[in-house]
Design a protein around this ligand. Structure first.
Ligand code: IPM
Ligand code: MG
Length: 390
């Protein structure tokens, strides 16, 4: 799944936009304190490079990443097409440059097919589902989402207006014909393309993870009763893969139904596997059950490269103020250490994070309330202190 460990690591360091910088500062405090031996290679990515150069993921960044073991990434600002065009440097406007989210591009360029998003309720977190600050509840929620990361609705195959030859080809399906009456210049099309290979990879990753981590059940999240072709293929492949893991239970849920069931009985779910967009949706929902995006870590994993990123966005209004919760980033660092086979460092970091959350002595404003929060860096220092047993 990854390259052999080779002494000192080379980690691509990509703060990106907004609070990406704040949480990367927190990551560095912890990595330095626990003695992680690495060179950090700074790489440009984000909105600033879109505005100045017309490219949020410059070619030099892609080259730099190729010289590293893996990348740690902060956060990104993404805006819809018209705003993106309007914010470009005047010399770059009108050239037909198209903004594409650089993280989505990275996932595709490096074939990072598996987006792994663990959502675990840590004891004592007042933001846990159905808890309050004065009566925290820790339901045993420990869900891991496997989101397909390169195909599906987010593959980027889209058209507007709809070109005549595309329309012509789509008319192989008679359901397409009514759109011509609306005028093709009024029609927008986003496609949901999945392949047997893509479905197989993500389902296999989910079952392999379940086997390695002693998980009891893998649930497919789809909608094959309506999305008969793409959802149908994913469902067939899921069943084939499941047959190879007779000791792990498997079941299937529709995306709409599971959004309700996750809110009613979150403790019933274990490993979830889904296509790109459905995985995007349920991973935010699951994050909401365990404290929100401030606690949501993620890893984009390919066969031999990985990009680690907290799930939260760049929160521009908090940028540079060091007030946001670094836990999502610190949990992301933990995933990176795991992937690099630094299991002892990963274990110490996990324990330290769990302790800091349980004690609740040092925590940011989202946990403690506005005006009472500690800084991003204070939380990182507290985690670092626990991790080295100081
Ligand atoms: C995520 C985010 C991204 C996505 C956006 C920022 C492109 O929502 O990582 O979940 O949709 O993949
Ligand atoms: Mg998302």
């Amino acid at each position: 799944m990854k390259s052999e460990p080779v002494g000192k690591r080379r980690i691509a360091w990509m703060p990106g936009d907004g609070v990406g910088h704040d949480v990367m500062d927190a990551a560095r405090i912890v990595l330095d304190a626990i003695g992680f031996d690495a060179d950090y290679v700074h790489a440009d990515i984000g909105w600033e490079f879109w505005r100045r150069e017309g490219d949020a993921l410059p070619a030099r960044t892609i080259e730099a990443l190729r010289t590293t073991d893996c990348a740690l990434f902060g956060a990104i600002t993404s805006k819809p097409s018209e705003e993106a065009e309007a914010e470009l440097d005047p010399s770059l406007r009108g050239l037909g440059l198209v903004y594409v989210s650089p993280i989505v591009r990275l996932r595709q360029l490096f074939d990072l097919h598996t987006n792994l998003r663990p959502c675990k309720a840590y004891e004592g977190n007042p933001l846990n589902y159905r808890g309050t600050e004065t009566s925290p509840v820790t339901e045993p929620i420990d869900i891991v989402v496997f989101r397909e990361n390169t195909e599906g609705m987010y593959a980027g195959v889209e058209f507007y207006p709809l070109p005549e030859p595309v329309y012509g080809a789509l008319c192989a399906n008679p359901r397409m014909t009514p759109w011509a009456d609306k005028g093709l210049e009024n029609v927008a099309l986003s496609t949901r393309i999945v392949s047997r290979q893509g479905c197989e990879r993500i389902c296999r990753q989910a079952f392999e993870y379940a086997r390695e981590h002693g998980r009891r059940r893998v649930t497919l999240v789809e909608k094959p009763n309506v999305l008969r072709k793409t959802g149908g293929l994913m469902t067939r492949v899921f069943r084939e893969v499941a047959r190879g893991y007779p000791r792990i239970e498997s079941d299937e849920a529709n995306i709409d139904a599971i959004c309700m069931w996750l809110l009613k009985n979150p403790q019933d779910y274990d490993v979830l596997v889904a296509e790109n967009m459905f995985g995007d949706i349920i991973s935010d929902l699951c994050a909401g059950l365990v404290g929100g995006l401030g606690f949501a870590a993620s890893a984009n994993i390919g066969d031999d490269y990985a990009v680690f990123e907290p799930t939260h966005g760049s929160a521009p209004k908090y940028a540079g103020r060091h007030v946001v919760n670094p836990m999502a980033m610190l949990l992301t660092v933990r995933m990176m250490l795991d992937w690099l086979d630094e299991s002892s460092l990963a274990g110490r970091l996990e324990q330290a994070i769990a302790e800091v959350i349980r004690e609740g002595r040092v925590a940011t404003y989202d946990v403690k309330g506005r005006g009472r929060g500690d800084s991003t860096l204070d939380v990182a220092r507290e985690v670092a202190r626990k991790a080295i047993g100081a």
